[in-house]
Design a protein around this ligand. Structure first.
Ligand SMILES: Nc1ncnc2c1ncn2[C@@H]1O[C@H](COP(=O)(O)OP(=O)(O)OP(=O)(O)O)[C@@H](O)[C@H]1O
Ligand SMILES: [Mg+2]
Length: 421
Protein backbone atom coordinates (compact mmCIF):
# COMPACT_ATOMS: atom_id res chain seq x y z
CA UNK A 1 0.00 0.00 0.00
CA UNK A 2 1.35 3.38 -0.97
CA UNK A 3 1.29 6.45 1.20
CA UNK A 4 -2.01 8.32 1.33
CA UNK A 5 -2.02 11.53 -0.71
CA UNK A 6 -2.87 13.51 2.38
CA UNK A 7 -0.66 12.62 5.30
CA UNK A 8 -1.26 13.14 8.99
CA UNK A 9 1.47 15.76 9.23
CA UNK A 10 -0.14 17.75 6.43
CA UNK A 11 -3.19 18.08 8.65
CA UNK A 12 -2.11 18.38 12.28
CA UNK A 13 1.06 20.40 12.71
CA UNK A 14 2.31 20.44 16.29
CA UNK A 15 5.17 22.93 16.10
CA UNK A 16 4.66 23.73 12.42
CA UNK A 17 2.57 25.91 10.15
CA UNK A 18 -1.01 24.64 9.86
CA UNK A 19 -2.96 25.05 6.62
CA UNK A 20 -5.88 22.63 6.77
CA UNK A 21 -6.24 23.11 10.52
CA UNK A 22 -5.48 26.83 10.55
CA UNK A 23 -8.06 28.61 12.70
CA UNK A 24 -8.29 32.30 11.99
CA UNK A 25 -10.39 33.31 15.00
CA UNK A 26 -12.15 35.82 12.73
CA UNK A 27 -13.89 37.60 15.58
CA UNK A 28 -10.52 38.81 16.86
CA UNK A 29 -9.56 40.25 13.46
CA UNK A 30 -5.90 39.41 14.03
CA UNK A 31 -5.10 38.93 10.35
CA UNK A 32 -6.73 42.24 9.49
CA UNK A 33 -4.85 44.05 12.21
CA UNK A 34 -1.52 42.73 11.02
CA UNK A 35 -2.28 43.44 7.37
CA UNK A 36 -3.34 46.97 8.23
CA UNK A 37 -0.20 47.54 10.26
CA UNK A 38 1.91 46.45 7.32
CA UNK A 39 -0.01 48.65 4.92
CA UNK A 40 0.39 51.68 7.16
CA UNK A 41 4.14 51.44 7.51
CA UNK A 42 6.13 54.01 9.49
CA UNK A 43 5.95 51.88 12.62
CA UNK A 44 7.45 49.13 14.69
CA UNK A 45 4.60 46.67 15.20
CA UNK A 46 4.94 44.55 18.29
CA UNK A 47 2.89 41.34 18.21
CA UNK A 48 2.64 39.78 21.63
CA UNK A 49 1.10 36.60 22.91
CA UNK A 50 1.87 33.87 25.42
CA UNK A 51 4.33 31.09 24.60
CA UNK A 52 3.06 28.93 21.72
CA UNK A 53 -0.13 30.93 21.27
CA UNK A 54 0.32 31.34 17.52
CA UNK A 55 2.46 34.44 16.94
CA UNK A 56 4.69 32.86 14.32
CA UNK A 57 1.79 31.02 12.69
CA UNK A 58 -0.20 34.26 12.37
CA UNK A 59 2.65 36.25 10.91
CA UNK A 60 3.55 33.52 8.41
CA UNK A 61 -0.05 33.24 7.37
CA UNK A 62 -0.53 36.96 6.79
CA UNK A 63 2.77 38.44 5.74
CA UNK A 64 3.75 38.07 2.10
CA UNK A 65 6.89 35.90 1.87
CA UNK A 66 8.34 37.73 -1.11
CA UNK A 67 8.12 41.12 0.57
CA UNK A 68 9.49 40.16 3.95
CA UNK A 69 12.85 39.53 5.52
CA UNK A 70 12.40 37.34 8.55
CA UNK A 71 15.04 36.89 11.25
CA UNK A 72 14.86 34.48 14.19
CA UNK A 73 15.78 36.25 17.43
CA UNK A 74 17.05 32.98 18.86
CA UNK A 75 19.74 32.75 16.19
CA UNK A 76 21.14 36.25 16.58
CA UNK A 77 24.20 36.66 18.76
CA UNK A 78 24.99 40.34 18.27
CA UNK A 79 24.00 43.42 16.33
CA UNK A 80 26.65 42.66 13.69
CA UNK A 81 25.31 39.14 13.43
CA UNK A 82 21.79 40.50 12.95
CA UNK A 83 22.76 42.71 10.03
CA UNK A 84 24.84 39.94 8.54
CA UNK A 85 21.75 37.74 8.51
CA UNK A 86 19.58 40.48 7.04
CA UNK A 87 22.18 41.08 4.33
CA UNK A 88 22.41 37.37 3.62
CA UNK A 89 18.67 37.08 3.23
CA UNK A 90 18.65 40.16 1.02
CA UNK A 91 21.26 38.51 -1.11
CA UNK A 92 23.81 41.23 -0.55
CA UNK A 93 27.15 39.54 -0.94
CA UNK A 94 30.13 41.72 -0.16
CA UNK A 95 32.73 39.43 -1.55
CA UNK A 96 32.33 36.42 -3.71
CA UNK A 97 34.73 33.55 -3.74
CA UNK A 98 34.62 30.94 -6.38
CA UNK A 99 36.03 27.64 -5.40
CA UNK A 100 36.27 24.26 -7.05
CA UNK A 101 37.61 24.35 -10.57
CA UNK A 102 37.30 28.12 -10.80
CA UNK A 103 39.96 30.53 -9.69
CA UNK A 104 39.18 32.33 -6.45
CA UNK A 105 38.05 35.84 -7.14
CA UNK A 106 37.11 38.53 -4.68
CA UNK A 107 34.81 41.31 -5.49
CA UNK A 108 33.62 44.01 -3.24
CA UNK A 109 30.11 45.30 -2.91
CA UNK A 110 27.78 43.40 -5.12
CA UNK A 111 24.77 45.60 -5.73
CA UNK A 112 21.64 43.90 -4.43
CA UNK A 113 22.96 40.46 -5.17
CA UNK A 114 22.77 41.11 -8.89
CA UNK A 115 26.32 39.98 -9.49
CA UNK A 116 25.87 36.91 -7.37
CA UNK A 117 22.95 36.08 -9.57
CA UNK A 118 25.03 36.84 -12.68
CA UNK A 119 27.62 34.40 -11.46
CA UNK A 120 24.90 31.82 -11.27
CA UNK A 121 25.11 31.49 -7.53
CA UNK A 122 21.68 31.08 -6.06
CA UNK A 123 22.02 32.75 -2.75
CA UNK A 124 18.51 33.75 -1.92
CA UNK A 125 15.49 32.08 -0.47
CA UNK A 126 15.03 30.06 2.66
CA UNK A 127 18.68 29.29 3.27
CA UNK A 128 18.92 27.88 6.77
CA UNK A 129 22.66 28.25 6.89
CA UNK A 130 23.47 31.66 8.24
CA UNK A 131 27.15 31.02 8.64
CA UNK A 132 27.73 33.25 5.69
CA UNK A 133 28.68 30.69 3.09
CA UNK A 134 26.51 28.88 0.67
CA UNK A 135 27.80 26.17 -1.64
CA UNK A 136 26.23 25.73 -5.01
CA UNK A 137 27.73 23.55 -7.73
CA UNK A 138 31.17 23.55 -6.15
CA UNK A 139 31.18 27.31 -5.80
CA UNK A 140 30.68 29.33 -2.71
CA UNK A 141 29.54 32.84 -1.93
CA UNK A 142 31.13 34.35 1.13
CA UNK A 143 29.30 36.95 3.11
CA UNK A 144 31.40 39.42 4.98
CA UNK A 145 29.79 41.82 7.37
CA UNK A 146 27.75 43.97 5.10
CA UNK A 147 27.02 47.49 6.18
CA UNK A 148 23.66 47.82 7.82
CA UNK A 149 23.24 50.80 5.54
CA UNK A 150 23.17 48.66 2.42
CA UNK A 151 20.66 46.34 4.06
CA UNK A 152 18.40 49.23 5.01
CA UNK A 153 18.79 50.68 1.54
CA UNK A 154 17.83 47.38 -0.05
CA UNK A 155 14.81 46.95 2.26
CA UNK A 156 13.64 50.39 1.23
CA UNK A 157 14.31 50.03 -2.50
CA UNK A 158 12.60 46.67 -2.64
CA UNK A 159 9.69 47.80 -0.41
CA UNK A 160 10.24 44.92 1.97
CA UNK A 161 9.20 44.63 5.60
CA UNK A 162 11.43 43.33 8.36
CA UNK A 163 10.24 40.76 10.89
CA UNK A 164 12.15 39.74 14.00
CA UNK A 165 10.63 36.61 15.53
CA UNK A 166 11.19 35.89 19.23
CA UNK A 167 12.61 39.37 19.72
CA UNK A 168 12.74 38.67 23.46
CA UNK A 169 15.61 36.24 22.91
CA UNK A 170 17.92 39.15 22.08
CA UNK A 171 19.78 40.73 24.95
CA UNK A 172 18.87 44.29 25.81
CA UNK A 173 21.97 45.99 24.33
CA UNK A 174 21.38 44.19 21.02
CA UNK A 175 17.68 45.10 21.05
CA UNK A 176 18.59 48.70 21.71
CA UNK A 177 21.21 48.82 18.97
CA UNK A 178 18.86 47.27 16.42
CA UNK A 179 15.95 49.56 17.29
CA UNK A 180 18.25 52.58 17.12
CA UNK A 181 19.57 51.63 13.74
CA UNK A 182 16.04 51.12 12.41
CA UNK A 183 14.84 54.55 13.48
CA UNK A 184 15.62 56.38 10.25
CA UNK A 185 14.32 53.60 8.04
CA UNK A 186 11.02 53.47 9.96
CA UNK A 187 10.74 57.22 9.46
CA UNK A 188 11.20 56.58 5.73
CA UNK A 189 8.32 54.07 5.69
CA UNK A 190 9.87 50.73 6.61
CA UNK A 191 7.48 48.34 8.38
CA UNK A 192 9.05 46.43 11.22
CA UNK A 193 7.29 43.58 12.99
CA UNK A 194 8.57 42.22 16.28
CA UNK A 195 7.12 39.03 17.78
CA UNK A 196 7.57 38.65 21.52
CA UNK A 197 6.08 37.25 24.70
CA UNK A 198 4.12 39.91 26.63
CA UNK A 199 6.25 40.51 29.69
CA UNK A 200 9.29 41.35 27.58
CA UNK A 201 7.45 42.98 24.69
CA UNK A 202 8.14 46.53 25.55
CA UNK A 203 11.80 46.18 26.26
CA UNK A 204 12.48 47.99 22.99
CA UNK A 205 10.40 50.92 24.17
CA UNK A 206 12.24 51.19 27.41
CA UNK A 207 15.52 50.91 25.55
CA UNK A 208 14.68 53.62 23.05
CA UNK A 209 12.51 56.47 24.30
CA UNK A 210 12.46 58.44 21.09
CA UNK A 211 10.73 55.56 19.36
CA UNK A 212 7.78 55.59 21.73
CA UNK A 213 5.23 57.08 19.35
CA UNK A 214 6.29 54.66 16.63
CA UNK A 215 5.39 51.45 18.42
CA UNK A 216 2.07 49.76 17.68
CA UNK A 217 0.86 46.84 19.74
CA UNK A 218 -1.11 43.84 18.48
CA UNK A 219 -2.07 41.38 21.19
CA UNK A 220 -2.79 37.70 20.58
CA UNK A 221 -5.49 36.89 23.12
CA UNK A 222 -5.93 33.58 24.91
CA UNK A 223 -7.70 30.80 23.03
CA UNK A 224 -11.31 29.98 23.89
CA UNK A 225 -12.65 26.42 23.85
CA UNK A 226 -14.94 27.34 20.94
CA UNK A 227 -11.96 28.35 18.82
CA UNK A 228 -9.71 25.49 19.92
CA UNK A 229 -12.28 22.86 18.99
CA UNK A 230 -12.12 23.99 15.37
CA UNK A 231 -8.67 22.38 15.18
CA UNK A 232 -9.84 18.77 15.72
CA UNK A 233 -13.03 19.52 13.85
CA UNK A 234 -11.22 20.66 10.69
CA UNK A 235 -8.45 18.09 10.99
CA UNK A 236 -10.56 14.99 11.54
CA UNK A 237 -12.86 15.99 8.67
CA UNK A 238 -9.86 16.46 6.39
CA UNK A 239 -8.63 12.97 7.29
CA UNK A 240 -12.11 11.47 6.88
CA UNK A 241 -12.19 10.19 10.44
CA UNK A 242 -14.99 10.47 12.93
CA UNK A 243 -14.21 11.47 16.49
CA UNK A 244 -16.87 11.60 19.21
CA UNK A 245 -17.75 15.19 20.08
CA UNK A 246 -17.06 14.49 23.76
CA UNK A 247 -13.51 13.40 22.97
CA UNK A 248 -12.87 16.56 20.95
CA UNK A 249 -14.14 18.64 23.84
CA UNK A 250 -11.90 16.77 26.23
CA UNK A 251 -8.83 17.26 24.03
CA UNK A 252 -9.45 20.99 24.13
CA UNK A 253 -10.30 21.29 27.80
CA UNK A 254 -7.15 19.37 28.75
CA UNK A 255 -4.97 21.63 26.63
CA UNK A 256 -5.01 24.58 29.02
CA UNK A 257 -5.98 26.89 26.17
CA UNK A 258 -3.00 26.03 24.02
CA UNK A 259 -3.33 25.26 20.27
CA UNK A 260 -0.01 23.42 20.10
CA UNK A 261 -1.15 20.91 22.71
CA UNK A 262 -4.41 20.42 20.81
CA UNK A 263 -2.49 19.75 17.58
CA UNK A 264 -0.17 17.34 19.38
CA UNK A 265 -2.94 15.37 21.11
CA UNK A 266 -4.85 15.08 17.80
CA UNK A 267 -1.72 13.72 16.10
CA UNK A 268 -1.19 11.15 18.84
CA UNK A 269 -4.85 10.11 18.87
CA UNK A 270 -4.69 9.46 15.13
CA UNK A 271 -1.48 7.44 15.49
CA UNK A 272 -3.00 5.42 18.35
CA UNK A 273 -5.87 4.58 16.00
CA UNK A 274 -3.59 3.66 13.11
CA UNK A 275 -4.53 6.77 11.12
CA UNK A 276 -1.51 8.08 9.25
CA UNK A 277 -3.31 9.96 6.52
CA UNK A 278 -6.56 10.34 4.60
CA UNK A 279 -8.96 7.41 5.09
CA UNK A 280 -10.69 6.30 1.92
CA UNK A 281 -13.52 4.82 3.93
CA UNK A 282 -14.53 6.88 6.97
CA UNK A 283 -12.95 5.57 10.16
CA UNK A 284 -14.25 5.94 13.69
CA UNK A 285 -11.64 7.01 16.23
CA UNK A 286 -11.60 5.38 19.63
CA UNK A 287 -10.86 7.81 22.45
CA UNK A 288 -10.07 5.05 24.95
CA UNK A 289 -6.39 5.82 24.95
CA UNK A 290 -6.69 9.55 25.61
CA UNK A 291 -5.42 9.30 29.20
CA UNK A 292 -2.36 7.31 28.10
CA UNK A 293 -1.76 9.85 25.36
CA UNK A 294 -1.88 12.74 27.82
CA UNK A 295 0.61 11.02 30.13
CA UNK A 296 2.94 10.13 27.28
CA UNK A 297 2.96 13.63 25.85
CA UNK A 298 3.65 15.05 29.31
CA UNK A 299 6.47 12.57 29.96
CA UNK A 300 8.09 12.76 26.56
CA UNK A 301 8.33 16.52 26.71
CA UNK A 302 10.39 16.25 29.89
CA UNK A 303 9.39 19.74 30.74
CA UNK A 304 12.65 21.16 32.02
CA UNK A 305 10.78 24.15 33.40
CA UNK A 306 9.19 21.96 36.00
CA UNK A 307 12.48 20.33 36.94
CA UNK A 308 14.15 23.72 37.26
CA UNK A 309 11.43 24.99 39.60
CA UNK A 310 11.51 21.84 41.67
CA UNK A 311 15.24 22.20 42.19
CA UNK A 312 14.69 25.57 43.88
CA UNK A 313 17.55 28.01 44.34
CA UNK A 314 20.83 26.24 43.70
CA UNK A 315 22.80 28.03 46.37
CA UNK A 316 21.14 26.24 49.26
CA UNK A 317 22.44 22.77 49.79
CA UNK A 318 21.16 20.15 52.21
CA UNK A 319 17.56 21.27 52.35
CA UNK A 320 15.31 19.63 54.91
CA UNK A 321 13.62 16.51 53.60
CA UNK A 322 9.94 16.30 54.45
CA UNK A 323 8.21 13.00 55.03
CA UNK A 324 5.10 12.25 53.03
CA UNK A 325 2.17 10.14 54.18
CA UNK A 326 3.15 7.51 51.60
CA UNK A 327 6.59 7.18 53.26
CA UNK A 328 8.47 8.94 50.48
CA UNK A 329 10.30 12.16 51.19
CA UNK A 330 11.18 15.30 49.29
CA UNK A 331 12.06 18.91 50.00
CA UNK A 332 9.68 21.86 50.31
CA UNK A 333 9.83 22.77 46.59
CA UNK A 334 8.80 19.32 45.42
CA UNK A 335 6.13 19.18 48.14
CA UNK A 336 4.58 22.51 47.14
CA UNK A 337 4.54 21.62 43.45
CA UNK A 338 2.94 18.30 44.23
CA UNK A 339 0.37 20.02 46.45
CA UNK A 340 -0.54 22.41 43.63
CA UNK A 341 -0.61 19.67 40.99
CA UNK A 342 -3.18 17.60 42.84
CA UNK A 343 -5.54 20.57 43.00
CA UNK A 344 -5.87 20.60 39.20
CA UNK A 345 -3.52 22.30 38.72
CA UNK A 346 -5.41 25.56 38.55
CA UNK A 347 -4.32 28.87 37.07
CA UNK A 348 -4.72 30.41 40.55
CA UNK A 349 -4.11 28.65 43.86
CA UNK A 350 -4.45 30.41 47.23
CA UNK A 351 -2.12 29.97 50.17
CA UNK A 352 -4.89 28.28 52.16
CA UNK A 353 -5.41 25.75 49.38
CA UNK A 354 -1.69 25.03 49.16
CA UNK A 355 -1.50 24.56 52.91
CA UNK A 356 -4.45 22.20 53.16
CA UNK A 357 -3.19 20.23 50.16
CA UNK A 358 0.23 19.97 51.85
CA UNK A 359 -1.52 18.71 54.98
CA UNK A 360 -3.16 15.99 52.90
CA UNK A 361 0.08 14.69 51.45
CA UNK A 362 2.69 15.29 54.17
CA UNK A 363 3.08 13.22 57.34
CA UNK A 364 2.00 14.77 60.64
CA UNK A 365 4.25 17.56 61.84
CA UNK A 366 5.89 17.94 58.43
CA UNK A 367 3.84 20.82 57.02
CA UNK A 368 6.04 23.89 56.57
CA UNK A 369 5.29 27.21 58.27
CA UNK A 370 3.60 29.97 56.35
CA UNK A 371 6.80 32.00 55.98
CA UNK A 372 8.58 28.94 54.60
CA UNK A 373 5.88 28.29 51.99
CA UNK A 374 5.81 31.95 51.05
CA UNK A 375 9.60 32.11 50.73
CA UNK A 376 9.71 28.97 48.57
CA UNK A 377 6.99 30.35 46.27
CA UNK A 378 8.88 33.65 46.02
CA UNK A 379 12.05 31.75 45.08
CA UNK A 380 10.24 29.81 42.39
CA UNK A 381 8.89 33.11 41.04
CA UNK A 382 12.43 34.42 40.81
CA UNK A 383 13.61 31.28 39.01
CA UNK A 384 10.69 31.54 36.58
CA UNK A 385 11.56 35.16 35.84
CA UNK A 386 15.32 35.00 35.68
CA UNK A 387 16.23 31.47 34.72
CA UNK A 388 13.49 30.26 32.41
CA UNK A 389 13.00 31.60 28.93
CA UNK A 390 9.71 33.01 27.72
CA UNK A 391 6.89 34.18 29.93
CA UNK A 392 7.31 33.51 33.65
CA UNK A 393 5.64 30.14 34.13
CA UNK A 394 4.59 30.91 37.69
CA UNK A 395 4.20 33.93 39.95
CA UNK A 396 3.66 34.28 43.71
CA UNK A 397 1.57 37.36 44.50
CA UNK A 398 2.76 38.02 48.02
CA UNK A 399 0.17 40.59 49.04
CA UNK A 400 -2.67 38.34 47.84
CA UNK A 401 -1.19 35.06 49.11
CA UNK A 402 -1.86 33.68 45.65
CA UNK A 403 0.19 31.48 43.32
CA UNK A 404 -0.53 32.09 39.62
CA UNK A 405 0.41 29.54 36.96
CA UNK A 406 0.50 30.90 33.41
CA UNK A 407 2.33 28.26 31.41
CA UNK A 408 0.02 25.70 29.79
CA UNK A 409 2.87 23.22 29.34
CA UNK A 410 3.83 23.40 32.99
CA UNK A 411 0.20 22.84 34.00
CA UNK A 412 -0.19 19.99 31.52
CA UNK A 413 3.00 18.39 32.81
CA UNK A 414 1.95 18.74 36.44
CA UNK A 415 -1.40 17.19 35.73
CA UNK A 416 -0.34 14.26 33.60
CA UNK A 417 3.25 13.39 34.33
CA UNK A 418 3.96 14.52 37.82
CA UNK A 419 0.68 13.96 39.62
CA UNK A 420 0.69 10.29 38.74
CA UNK A 421 4.23 9.64 39.90
N1 LIG B 1 -4.22 29.84 14.20
C1 LIG B 1 -3.87 28.59 14.47
N2 LIG B 1 -4.64 27.57 14.05
C2 LIG B 1 -4.30 26.29 14.32
N3 LIG B 1 -3.21 25.93 15.01
C3 LIG B 1 -2.39 26.92 15.47
C4 LIG B 1 -2.69 28.30 15.23
N4 LIG B 1 -1.74 29.05 15.81
C5 LIG B 1 -0.88 28.19 16.37
N5 LIG B 1 -1.25 26.91 16.17
C6 LIG B 1 -0.52 25.71 16.63
O1 LIG B 1 0.31 26.07 17.72
C7 LIG B 1 1.69 25.87 17.39
C8 LIG B 1 2.51 26.99 17.98
O2 LIG B 1 2.28 28.20 17.28
P1 LIG B 1 3.42 29.28 17.08
O3 LIG B 1 4.73 28.64 16.83
O4 LIG B 1 2.93 30.27 16.09
O5 LIG B 1 3.43 29.95 18.53
P2 LIG B 1 4.33 31.17 19.00
O6 LIG B 1 3.41 32.06 19.76
O7 LIG B 1 5.05 31.76 17.85
O8 LIG B 1 5.33 30.39 19.97
P3 LIG B 1 6.72 30.92 20.58
O9 LIG B 1 6.35 31.63 21.83
O10 LIG B 1 7.51 29.68 20.83
O11 LIG B 1 7.38 31.80 19.56
C9 LIG B 1 1.74 25.77 15.87
O12 LIG B 1 2.80 24.96 15.46
C10 LIG B 1 0.38 25.17 15.54
O13 LIG B 1 0.45 23.77 15.62
MG1 LIG C 1 7.12 31.86 17.53
Amino acid sequence: MGKPALQLKDVFTPGGQPTLTYVSRDHLKLEEKLEAALARGFAVNVVTGPTKSGKTVLSRRVLPKDALISIEGGQVRSEADFWKQVAFKLNLAKSVQRTGSDEASNQTELGGGAKAELLGIGVSGGAKNTSGTKHVDGRSATYDTVDLISSLEALKNRSMALLIDDFHYLDKPTQKAIIQSLKGAVYDGLSVILLAVPHRAFDPITVEHEMEGRFKHIQIPDWSQDDLIKIPDLGFKALNVICPQKAMERICSESFGNPLLVQEICTELCIANGVFGYQITPKKLSADKLNDIFSEIAQSKGFPKYERLKRGPQSRGGRQARKFKDDTSADIYAAILQAIARLGPKPKTTYDEIRSSLKDILADGQVPQKHEISAACAHMTKIAKDKLEGEPALEWLKGDDLLVLTDPFLMFYMKWAFKEG
